[in-house]
Design a protein around this ligand. Structure first.
Ligand code: GLN
Length: 195
């Protein structure tokens, strides 16, 4: 199985994901076109602005190819805006905002307020073991409903869910790619190898 994985490179913190994946030994490539998507075994959807990535995915003819890759079981990991794009249902999207969907969750955009309400915290993530994950939340979304078959990987102290996995799809409200945290990407690469 090829270890070539893509980072959806329409908008957002693409470079940070490419760096982490490369440091883990993966062949990480930028994905902007359908033929580039067809060449990878897994996809990361970066943090950024979900409404912009949504619009650009339609303008670049990437919406349907990404949806069919998800439907066919390609492993996909989304951080922050990427999690929003994987959610079947979103609250507080802009008018007309769509998602790729696939994860049976409801996600609230900008759930913690604006840029000034960004914060960092240490999170226990049992699936990753010790030590806790140092998580950076930047205008982050919150998972408000978790469907059957969706595993909550991490929650804040008050129980609000901020990381989920279901089948080949995984999403985090926060950005491991900006803190030197490699374990989520390692888990994603394991999902790619297993697929
Ligand atoms: N608030 C952004 C959105 O709605 C997400 C922010 C982020 O990816 N850091 O897409």
């Amino acid at each position: 199985m090829s270890r070539r994985v893509g980072v959806l490179a329409l908008q957002g913190d693409v470079r940070e994901h490419v760096r982490v994946l490369s440091e883990l030994g993966a062949d990480a490539v930028l994905v902007r076109r359908p033929d580039e998507l067809a060449s990878v075994s897994g996809l990361v959807i970066p943090g950024g602005e979900s409404s912009v990535i949504d619009k650009l995915s339609r303008a670049f003819g990437m919406r349907e190819p990404v949806r069919s890759a998800i439907a066919s079981g390609m492993p996909v990991y989304g951080t922050c805006a990427g999690l929003i794009l994987l959610a079947d249902r979103i609250t507080d999207g802009i008018v007309g905002q769509q998602t790729f969907g696939g994860l049976d969750v409801a996600v609230r955009r900008n759930a913690f307020g604006t840029q000034v309400d960004s914060f960092e915290t240490d999170l226990a993530v049992p699936a990753l073991g010790e030590p806790p994950v140092h998580a950076v939340f930047i205008r982050a979304p919150l998972v408000e409903q978790v469907g059957d078959g969706v595993e909550a990987l991490a929650a804040l102290d008050d129980g609000r869910v901020v990381a989920v996995r279901s089948g080949a799809l995984m999403g985090t409200s926060f950005h491991p790619e900006v803190t030197g945290e490699h374990r989520f990407h390692e888990l994603f690469l394991e999902m790619v190898r297993a697929a």
